[in-house]
Design a protein around this ligand. Sequence first.
Ligand code: PLP
Length: 399
Amino acid sequence: MTSKKAEYGFATRAIHHGYNPLDYHGALNPPVFLTSTYAFASAQAGSDIFAGEAQGYVYSRVGNPTVSVLEARLAELEGGEAALATSSGVGALTAVIWTLLKSGDEIVADQMLYGCTFGLLEHHIRRFGVETRFADLTEPANLKKALGPKTRMVFTETPSNPNMRIVDIAAIAEICRKAGVPFVVDNTYCTPYLQRPLALGADIVTHSATKYLGGHGDLIAGAVVASKEMINQFRFAGVKELNGACISAFDAFLILRGLKTLSLRMERHSATAEKLARDLEAHPAVEHVYYPGLDSHPQKQVARRQMKLMGGMIALELRGGLDAGRAFMDGVELATRAVSLGDAETLIQHPASMTHVTYTPDERARHGFTDGLIRISVGLEDYEDLRADLIGALDRMGR
Ligand SMILES: *Cc1c(COP(=O)(O)O)cnc(C)c1O
């Protein structure tokens, strides 16, 4: 695998990095290596690979040539030394957590998280003796208060799911660095095209590649990007022996295909979302729109500093709460009522009854989002069509 020149721009590297057709019979696209295991030339050759004295593949839970191309490309795009692709975003996160933490350790996490991440941190890993302290990390001073002698990891998403709060990555990273605690950022919402947490001081980036990286709603996958040393641990402890969440070569191939258009897609998602956020904010049925590109967003300065564009996710609060939320959901025709995000199709969902149902009503209130919140993953359809659909649904609610 020749490495294309580092000074190439993002779009070029997203298409070429880590793959040379001439290494694979001239095949324009990376071959999909559908194999579980790999033959050794001799007993000694196998022994050398196991001992780490020679490079080579052993078993596809640990490494696969198609997956290696994806990993090299993701590491390059995030600006990290190495990457590990996994079978899901949750698999990426558990590979990190189960490798870094032991019973008695603590995590500090932002109070607003993807529903299943919250479920993992709040409800499940406690059984293994790991405690999570939740804090509002949009205010970096809160991190200092939450850090303790047992803290072994700080975790955040930004923008945070579902209501688009922004965490100042550089400010949090500085506090983590002084405390000697690894800082993990879930970069699913932005992708490396919009935001590169490692360059801002974070230690580890996680992804649900199911979303924008794959980009077509046809697979479940995840990734971790970090130093070579950490990725080795996540690969050989986390995935190989703890969670087994290895990605299939075919899904790796599909993500490589998705990455070719990542920059184009993120540009379009962001441009359409900016316009729709303004249209929605101007509508009398809408109480509030949460979008970092709006002047009404409290952390818009931080967002402009750390994000290239403001992304394709919008949250909105309707006047009329839960009932209005349901009426709006039922009123759209073009947008698809579905969870997930980052697809070509515009997806619309209701966190309180869907993705964040793992929060009790009390937890939802404490963590700062309401039952009337609607989340929109703005797709790649024509802006005019989306505007007509969403504004039309709002207009019809009043009648
Ligand atoms: C979807 C998502 C995850 C979980 O990823 P899966 O691929 O569904 O396992 C984690 N974090 C965020 C922000 C997500 O949107």
